[in-house]
Write a protein that binds this ligand. Structure first.
Ligand SMILES: Nc1ncnc2c1ncn2[C@@H]1O[C@H](COP(=O)(O)OP(=O)(O)OP(=O)(O)O)[C@@H](O)[C@H]1O
Ligand SMILES: N[C@@H](CCO)C(=O)O
Length: 319
């Protein structure tokens, strides 16, 4: 269970009062998630999610929380952070940065079909456009610099063939990032972790995106690639479901045109997306933090996806 820091009902109730959310009626630890301590916090006025951030700092968090507020105010369905009387949306419990946000309605769609992929694609494009005038800047903290720093840390845990693959891919991505074509890609605030478990649906209708705590300014194409690698793959093999991928990209493209250069670089960015999560999963798996219980995601899944993307690059043909 992802409760790294237990919260007492008294402390949660005091925070709810301070944020003018009413009287606490229930506080329940959330079993999933591996990054932060999360609770469902219910009051006599509504349902919220209380998050204590275990890795992110007081300096980094305003970027994410204000981004969520910015997007919510522009009609993108994301949880809005709750402020105190002075409007402050970043709080503290037990010395840890803390936020309380709206609980989204609905459930995850863990077996998405074309219709779900279309809705995620269209909403992702709307989110990218809504983020264009967001004034704060923070790089994607799980971007190339972090991969470069973390590959040597996980390398001792890999078999020789895996070590060769990860180093070869890192070198490829470093060269790509230094290329003029890459520098021209449109960019802005991206979610950067928009997996099936970070989107809610009520029935078959998308009700929101959440978990913005890996967001950062990066290429919009990286966000598309991360989504394709999760929403449009067969989870058993890592193989791309081309119909779903085409549906996702068409829906995105109808809201914000995917440029010719983006189409050209998409296969390389899908490799980048696979590498990013292979590295982070290796890191979480081999270098776990203390937790009351911690269920690390399977790193081999993204190794398979990376091998698939290298062997069979997929090209988006607009249409
Ligand atoms: N705003 C929200 N509305 C509804 N449910 C939420 C919300 N935030 C979190 N949840 C629920 O809590 C679970 C865990 O949250 P989350 O996925 O953000 O965990 P995490 O540890 O912060 O991040 P990670 O996904 O990186 O492991 C989600 O799967 C979801 O069920
Ligand atoms: N989405 C990530 C977990 C961190 O949010 C993964 O599946 O590895």
């Amino acid at each position: 269970m992802a409760v790294f820091t237990p919260v007492t009902p008294d402390d949660a109730a005091a925070l709810a009062r301070r944020l003018d959310l009413g009287t606490l009626t229930e506080l329940r630890g959330i079993q999933s998630g591996i990054e932060n301590t999360n609770y469902f916090l219910t009051t006599d006025r509504g349902e919220y999610v209380l998050t204590l951030f275990e890795r992110l700092t007081f300096e980094q968090l305003p970027f994410y929380l204000h981004l969520m507020k910015h997007l919510a105010q522009r009609g993108i369905p994301v949880p809005e952070p709750k402020g105190d009387a002075s409007g402050e949306i970043l709080h503290a419990l037990y010395g840890k940065p803390t936020a309380v946000v709206d609980k989204l309605r609905g459930q995850h769609q863990l077996a998405p079909d074309q219709r779900h992929c279309e809705q995620v694609g269209a909403m992702l494009a709307r989110m990218h456009l809504a983020g264009r005038d967001y004034p704060r800047h923070q790089p994607n903290l799980r971007g190339l610099a972090w991969w470069t720093e973390t590959v040597p840390v996980v390398l001792p845990y890999l078999e020789p063939a895996q070590a060769e693959l990860i180093q070869d891919e890192l070198a490829f991505q470093q060269a790509l990032a230094a290329s003029p074509a890459y520098a021209q890609l449109p960019r802005g605030p991206i979610h950067a972790d928009l997996f099936r478990d970070n989107v809610m649906f009520e029935g078959d209708t998308l009700t929101g995106f959440f978990d913005f705590y890996f967001a950062g300014v990066d290429t919009w194409l990286f966000d598309i690639a991360v989504c394709l690698n999760d929403w449009c793959v067969d989870l058993a093999t890592g193989r791309l479901d081309e119909q779903r991928a085409q549906a996702f990209c068409n829906a995105y493209d109808r809201v914000r045109e995917i440029t010719h250069d983006e189409c050209r670089l998409l296969p390389a960015l899908m490799r980048a997306g696979a590498l990013r999560f292979w590295i982070s999963r290796l890191w979480d798996y081999h270098l776990p933090r203390d937790a009351q219980m911690l269920k690390a995601h399977d790193p081999a899944h993204f190794e398979r996806i990376l091998r698939e993307r290298r062997a069979q690059p997929w090209h988006y043909l607009r249409g």
